[in-house]
Design a protein around this ligand. Sequence first.
Ligand SMILES: [Zn+2]
Length: 314
Amino acid sequence: MKDEVLLFVGEVLGRYGFPDGHPFSVDRQGAFWAEARAQGLDRRARLAEPRAAARAELLRFHHETHVDWVETRSREGAGYMDYGDTPAFPGVFEAASALCGSALEALERIMAGDALRSFQPIGGMHHARRDRAAGFCVFNDLGMVIDALREQHGVRRVAYVDIDVHHGDGVFYTYESDPDLVLVDVHEDGNYLYPGTGAAGETGKGAAAGTKLNLPMRPGARDGDFFAAWERALEHLRRQQPEFIVMQAGADCLAGDPLAHLRFSPEVHARAVRSLRALAEETARGRLMVFGGGGYDLGNVGAAWTRVLAELVA
Ligand SMILES: [Zn+2]
């Protein structure tokens, strides 16, 4: 249903990508968009205008030293923003700010009743921490949405669901002790892949113990393995009755991704989004935000994310 879904695609978001043959290239949004248009999906969602986050908005989640650091690196346009995965480029501050501003715009419009669901393909920077960049992630748009839900909108019980092949450590550890942040993360086992975290025994700390469900998958896992894990995920989420759902739908869990070793098909994305949409309608007044996350094979990016959008507009 067209009026219900906001789609954030635009030139400024497309600029979030790293130079010199980096796997997180500037071609990822275009790969999705070409496929979405070929399938006529572009006409079935409401295109929304990306916007930059204000400095004050960035500072609600990130430490000032990190925001300043990114701004300086962006001006210099050289070197790395972390230990060597995330290179600086001229304008990286503005591009990363646009991911966050667009995420906050989607949230505001959903909370105002202007839409029910959103999709932002270039977004979902789940490795960034409050004080640092990591793993291609400069600012954490997901954490900014979660914090804004609590602080600006009084919505505490939020579910974060992550099917990107990498563990969403930047979200997990930020809210590890938060009993109202319900989390499900399906990822390739950290013994085989960056960032090395997300073991099944990590379920949250203190009062939050049991609110997080990490579902590590062995290399080579296929759709059947995902669907078995997903049943547990849905059971966990249903039990926790979230009031709002945020999803990171990385395409790097598909077979053929150059950085990882799972062998899922885009049916995983379709089924996951379909069931989260149904769950949102049961417990969260239909409110669901989806971000594209990772994915480094352009064909996979187009295939996975068009399945995401097709389920959101169905
Ligand atoms: Zn990833």
